[in-house]
Write a protein that binds this ligand. Sequence first.
Ligand code: AMP
Length: 345
Amino acid sequence: MSSEPIAVAPRGALLTGLRPTGSLTLANVVGAVQPILRLQATAALPILLFVADLHALTDTEPQVVAQQAQSTVRDLIALGIDTTRVHVYVQSALTHEVNELAGILAREVRVSELMRQPSLKEKLKSGQQPENATAALLMYPVLMAADILLHRAARVPVGQDQLAHLELARLMARRFNADYGATLVEPQPLQEDALRILALRGDAKMSKSDPDTALLLSDTDAAIERKIATCQTAPEGESSPHLESHARLIEALDAASVSVLRRLLAAHRAGEKVMADFKRLFANVAKQFIGAVRARRIALTEGEVDAVLRAGTAFAQHSAAQTLDDVRAALGLRIVVSNALEVDL
Ligand code: AMP
């Protein structure tokens, strides 16, 4: 394997994916969707946004995933994705393409490297064992690398939790290029200071897998109030990772509330008892944001959602086919079945 620096292939895209394992959280919104909303009007690169249903199968039953995938697409449109500029698709519409590339990329990564990924280590720490953890969990970063490299994505808006996976995708692309010539693009995170929004309580990140400590786009006003009433803050005069994380969320969801937020935080630092006001602001901002998404979502017709997916899928399949053609050519994948018949794999 040569260690020569390799020029990257000359195409690029911006791409991100969200797993339909449950309703999107507000952390998904600010970590992965808002960067696209900010860029969609001006980005020179094509933007792809996909619902990662194949990834969701790693730990969620297929029927749940299928139902939730449609709902996630609706959420994305309701969040303000401009579907004339952003190509929205469901990952399984590219099952063959993604899995073909994943199989090729699996040759470029070692089992020990996959076993070192933090998300797997976390799962192994929280009860799963190599004896009962599935190979799908081990292969997760390879499938994710295939999603990204398939479209030669140069920039990937992700939260902090995905940075290690992205690094593995870069490694696979680099090794493939070193072995077979400059074909794949090494993806970069969109923001180096990727966000990590904490759960409302406890040490974990906010996640769909613990809906009681997460704010979900499917939450009712009453659920939002109940969850925020018991969120962790900080004693007067002190800061805490939770208080900072909640403040980042408020700021990201409602720019108009920033001055009130700053005043409250300054009073808190000065030792005043304002955490009840802080929670009231937090709940109002979350209710207003989620309520507006809910209203837009209800107004969407099935026909509109189908049209978005048809157009997005066609773009994604075309983009994937181009990359796979180049990958197969770089590998020289050609089987001579008989003297008369040559088949491109
Ligand atoms: P997932 O819910 O794991 O499919 O993640 C979808 C996207 O949301 C990925 O880009 C994640 O990095 C991002 N994300 C998930 N949870 C968080 C969080 N707690 N804070 C910031 N970003 C997040």
